[in-house]
Write a protein that binds this ligand. Structure first.
Ligand code: NDP
Ligand code: HSE
Length: 437
């Protein structure tokens, strides 16, 4: 099996190392030796340490490498949309098999890759694109194909999980926790894709596509990052016996006419400490899958890093190589259900709203009236003197309200109206709530 490796950075260099260290085992498992025919990089002169590979294999001509007749499998670990899309479409149309970790490309234009794979007859595998080392996409696209998945809830971005875990542990604000993540090498120099939720949204699109047999792209995913999460939010969550996580949630539902739909979203949310995802700390990832017959399933492990991600890449390389030797291919997608994706406003969520209100008769009734006007049912109300401390009748009070499930648009409209009330001094914190409270 002849491999073209596109990219030799954090992940690619570990792919090379593992291919070298495990050559004999991989040969035995595949039934043929794996040989690297070329490695495409951007900078030929870059110091690559003691990488166990012939320096003559490096090239800057990725497209030329992809087009070579002596290439069976293309492994893409460069990232980004272009030129990666052009390389992979070219490889797939020519009947080569592709293994990629490129979640951004899959979420942006997965259909172009799947169509090219179907046209060329090769495999398209992408286990490393979501949750790094965790075997997750193969279970979704193979093991659970006899079942019906109702919901997928995950922590799929290690950087933001590290930041939120640090905020929870130390009471630090977002900026301080981001600084720590950067110093420790978790956050990239430009952390935008992680902290604004783009990375998690791309992964959510891939997960939803596989779980619901429907093409879901990045543009279908409602996305909110963690930059607005404050130390006060974290303290509010703690007071409720909760923690805050950046969740990706993909769920089946129904529209007003009863037609089956899916909703896919990424946003910070409060979850109770008893929730299976609450104890997922540091830069770890975890995904909780709820299936009709299987029930709840939990996947946990390292979602990033060179070696963990290379492990997933190599698993795919073994699978596609075996397929080629056997003369078969696996369907890279299953999109027959073609379910409509519901807008965020129709997704059913719950809110935790913390208000600083005037402490005088009728205030609670006025606030409750706003919720009622938007048909939002209140689950719990907690009131205390503003800023905590000894109970007593001051001028202001803290009012913490947790709602029952309601359409997100109704909840958002409720908060908008609350902000306009003169008895509401400020809306201190608004967080969605997931899992039972
Ligand atoms: P790096 O930035 O470390 O490496 C990128 C590699 O691509 C480098 O070798 C670079 O060359 C090469 N490259 C960049 N542009 C070109 C080009 N135009 N032509 C040829 N080669 C090029 O990225 P990572 O290894 O971190 O990530 C690779 C992929 O894996 C991305 O899709 C990422 O999202 C995904 N991924 C990464 C994870 C991680 O933990 N890092 C986890 C899961 C997925 P040079 O070495 O010369 O600079
Ligand atoms: N930036 C990503 C993360 C890398 O923090 O999870 C893994 O996809």
């Amino acid at each position: 099996m002849r491999l073209a490796l596109l990219g030799c950075g954090t992940v690619g260099s570990e792919v090379v190392r593992l291919l070298h260290e495990q050559a004999a085992d991989l040969t035995a498992r595949i039934g043929a030796p794996l040989e690297i025919t070329g490695i495409a990089v951007r900078r030929l002169g870059r110091d690559r340490g003691d990488l166990p590979v012939d320096p003559g294999l490096f090239t800057t001509d990725a497209l030329g490498l992809v087009k070579r007749d002596d290439v069976d499998v293309v492994v893409e670990v460069v990232g980004g949309i272009e030129p990666a899309r052009g390389w992979l479409v070219e490889a797939l149309r020519a009947g080569k098999s592709v293994v990629t970790a490129n979640k951004a490309l899959l979420a942006e234009d997965g259909p172009a890759l799947h169509d090219a794979a179907a046209e060329g007859g090769g495999d398209l595998y992408y286990e490393a694109s979501v949750a790094g080392a965790i075997p997750l996409l193969r279970p979704l696209r193979e093991s659970l194909h006899g079942d019906r998945i109702n919901r997928v809830t995950g922590i799929v971005n290690g950087t933001t999980n590290f930041i939120l875990s640090a905020m929870d542990a130390t009471g630090a604000g977002f900026a301080e926790a981001l600084e720590e993540a950067t110093e420790l090498g978790y956050a990239e120099a430009d952390p935008t894709a992680d902290v604004e939720g783009f990375d998690a949204a791309a992964k959510a699109a891939i997960l939803a596509s596989l779980a619901f047999h429907t093409r879901v792209g990045a543009a279908d995913v409602h996305r909110e990052g963690i930059t607005e999460v404050t130390a006060a939010d974290v303290a509010s969550a703690k007071a409720m016996g909760c923690t805050i996580k950046l969740l990706c949630i993909a769920a089946r539902g129904a529209d007003a006419g009863g037609r089956e739909t899916v909703s896919v979203r990424v946003h910070p949310a409060m979850i109770p400490l008893s929730h299976p995802l609450a104890s997922v700390g540091d830069a770890f990832n975890a995904v909780f899958v709820e299936a009709e017959a299987a029930g709840p399933l939990m996947f946990y492990g390292r979602g990033a890093g060179g070696a963990p991600t290379a492990s997933a890449v190599l698993g795919d390389v073994v699978a596609v190589s075996r397929n080629r030797l056997a003369g078969v291919r696996s369907a890279s997608e299953s999109a027959y259900a073609d379910l409509p994706v519901r807008p965020m406003g129709e997704a059913l969520t719950r809110y935790h709203v913390s208000l600083d209100v005037a402490d005088r008769p009728g205030v609670l009734a006025a606030v409750a009236g706003v919720f009622a006007r938007h048909d939002v049912s209140i689950a719990t109300v907690r009131q205390g003197p503003a800023g905590g401390g000894a109970a007593g009748r001051g001028e202001d009070a803290d009012l913490v309200i947790v709602t029952h499930v309601a359409p997100d648009a109704a909840l958002a409209a409720t908060v908008r109206e609350l902000r306009g009330l003169d008895i509401v001094r400020s809306v201190a914190s608004v967080l969605r709530v997931e899992g039972g409270l």
